[in-house]
Each structure stands twice: as C-alpha cells, then as structure tokens.
Design a protein around this ligand. Structure first.
Ligand SMILES: Nc1nc2c(ncn2[C@@H]2O[C@H](COP(=O)(O)OP(=O)(O)OP(=O)(O)O)[C@@H](O)[C@H]2O)c(=O)[nH]1
Length: 349
C-alpha cells in the first residue's frame, strides 16, 4: 500500500501581517502532530528563524526548522525549495505535517504550483493556503493605492504595466488563499473590522473563508487539516503577473529592497523607538526588524516595526560568547535611499 501523502500548509501574507506570530502560537498547540517548518524571509538577518527556534516547541525542534535563505521562495522554487523538500522526505522520521512560511513579498502561486512536480506530487499535497492579513494596515489604507497617482505615473512611463507593487502583491496573496486570517483585530473596533472584511472580500473573485484573530491565536484544528489539495486548483488562482504575461518568467523583487543596519548599544530603547518612528515615516520604510543591544541589560531586545507601529520586547539573554550588537533589517520600496536611511538610523544612538 502506498504511503499517505503528507499535508503541507502554506502560510503567506504581506510583510508584518503576523505570520511568524501565528506559527509560533500554532507550534504550542499542534495536538501531538510532528511538524516540519520551512521558513523563508526577505532580508539577510534570519529574524523569523531565530524567533521560531527560540520557542522550544516539543513537536517541532530546531532540526525540524529549515530556513531557505537564497532569496524569495517564489523565485527559488527549483534551486532551493524542491531540493529542500526532497531531503525532508528522505528523512527516516517523516513529519506528520509540513508548514511553510513564505516571505512577506512572495507570490504563493509558483510555490503551490511546485507541488505538481512529479517527485513532490506523489508524496505531499497542499492542505491549504492561509493568508494572514494585517487588518489595521488595511484599515489605514496601506494596500489601497492612490489610483490617480498611479495613472499619472503610467501616463509618464508607458512601460509601467501594473499598479503599485504592494497592492498587487496583497491581492495576489489573497487570490491564492483557502483561508484568510484577519489578524490584529485588537487594533480595530467592530465597525472598522467590518469595513476591512468588505475591503478584503472586494479584492478577490473567489470567496475563501475568513476568520478573525488577535496575535495569530487560531487553534491548530482550524489551521491544519483543511484538506484542499490546492495544487490542483492553482491554475484558477493566477497572479496579476501571470494574467498579464501568460507564459512569462516569474516576477522578481526589483521593486523592493532590504539592507541591514548595525549599531552599537542603545541607552534608551523607548526614546530610540520614538525617534525611529520618525525615520520610518519620513522614508516610507515598510518593515524593520532585528535585535538590539541595550546598555547594561543581560537580555537582548527584539525590535519589530510594521509601518509606524513598533513593538519591542526582551526575548532572551545574550548567549555566552555571542557578539552583542544591534542589527536591524530594513525593507522598503526600491526607490528608498539606503544610505540616507542608514545614516538617519545610525544618528539615533
Ligand atoms: N497589535 C498586534 N500586533 C500583532 C498581532 N500579530 C502580530 N503582531 C505584531 O506584528 C509584528 C509583526 O509580526 P510577525 O509575526 O513578525 O509578522 P510576519 O508576517 O511574520 O512578518 P514578516 O515575516 O516580516 O513578513 C510583531 O511586532 C508582532 O508582535 C496582533 O494581532 N495584534
């Protein structure tokens, strides 16, 4: 008798929507299922891997967490994702379930389509694609572009064939969903949330289930076991790019850029965060995350900024022999001036 296919859940969603937070919560309540986690993030710091490995889940040990670091998963399917899956499937102890966290800038379509490759298809199936949405960011209009401005730009430059890259990606990630998690409900009231629900629904023709969550707290029984087999339906969930350029090469990430800023110790983390908000707003930084060395503290500070909202918390002690330091990854649109932003952040300490 052939072995049953292993279900794989793809978790996607724009930068900072709460994917890692949701997975962290999931790993603490898997109902005994052994999970293998494949994670991919944009930027050179490996913050998500560090956060998830640090959560010490029994059913997903450090060995079960695989980081894909050679670029965005949707562009490295053949070179990175498929070989990783093949190796995972060769393990003596196979996982009960595979969870894949895409980078916040990934198109889920090419990844899901990879499950139709013969070697993978015979052993794994996509249990479902879950798209996490930052409800507060939707309410603030972060994905609703200024269409007049875009039209004006297009009139100036005939080669511009699509709308804002952020808006497109947001819609492409929704288009792929079997389940949409409207996260960060704590930041909105009932009316605001209902507007977000309508706005999200209006962006896609399909009507996947939509649930609300705070801090990604959704029971494993809801997230795992959707049983969809999404790879068989992926042809009906085309991205903007696929619709505009049938048969064209996949998209790249030229529209976005990331870089790492290194700093010395920070004396006043609250003051630093306040001033950082100003830099983020002035330079349209989309996402900033990393770890900070706070003078006189044994613990390192995790810094997470999504747009102008900054969270900071001490996550663990600096390990013996570990080089203390402040390292922050900054992600923005390509036109962001790296040198100016780097200098502006360095000037804060
Ligand atoms: N207020 C609030 N903050 C949240 C919630 N969920 C996540 N966050 C915060 O949002 C920030 C980003 O969360 P992550 O889980 O790292 O988001 P992500 O989607 O994994 O981010 P990328 O991997 O960079 O795309 C962190 O500071 C979280 O603590 C929520 O429901 N409410």
């Amino acid at each position: 008798m052939s072995q049953q296919k292993i279900p794989a859940t793809v978790i996607t969603g724009f930068l900072g929507a709460g994917k890692t937070t949701m997975i962290r919560n999931l790993l603490s309540n898997t109902g005994g299922k052994k999970i293998a986690l494949i994670i991919n993030e944009f930027g050179d710091l490996g913050v998500d891997g560090d956060v998830l490995k640090g959560c010490g889940a029994e059913n997903c040990t450090e060995d079960d967490i695989i980081e894909l670091t050679n670029g965005c998963i949707c562009c490295t399917v053949a070179d990175d994702f498929i070989p990783t899956m093949t190796k995972l499937l060769e393990r003596a102890q196979r996982p009960d379930h595979i969870v894949i966290e895409t980078s916040g800038l990934a198109l889920p379509q090419p990844l899901v389509a990879a499950f139709n490759w013969p070697d993978i298809r015979s052993e794994v199936t996509v249990d479902g694609v879950i798209t996490v949405v930052d409800s507060a960011a939707v309410a603030a209009g972060r994905f609703a572009d200024d269409h007049d401005a875009v039209d004006a730009r297009r009139a100036d430059d005939a080669s511009l064939d699509h709308e804002s890259p952020i808006e497109e990606l947001f819609e492409d990630q929704l288009t792929c969903a079997d389940l949409i998690v409207l996260n960060k409900t704590d930041l909105l009231d009932g009316e605001g949330l209902s507007r977000v629900r309508h706005e999200v629904a209006s962006r896609i023709a399909r009507k996947p289930a939509m649930i609300e969550a705070r801090n990604g707290e959704v029971p494993a029984s809801v997230l795992l076991g959707l049983g969809i087999g999404t790879e068989e339906d992926i042809g009906n969930r085309k991205s903007h790019h696929e619709l505009e350029h049938e048969g064209a090469t996949p998209h790249d990430h030229d529209e976005f850029d990331s870089f790492v800023v290194e700093l010395g110790p920070i004396d006043d983390p609250a003051g630093f965060a306040e001033k950082l908000k100003g830099v983020i707003a002035e330079h349209d930084v989309l996402r900033l995350k990393g770890f900070a060395d706070i003078a006189g503290k044994q613990m390192r500070l995790q810094v997470q900024a999504v747009g102008g909202r900054i969270d900071q918390y001490f996550d663990r002690a600096w390990a013996p022999g570990e080089a203390r330091g402040t390292r922050l990854v900054v992600i923005g649109l390509h036109e962001m001036d790296q040198n100016t932003v780097r200098k502006a952040i360095q000037a804060l300490v």
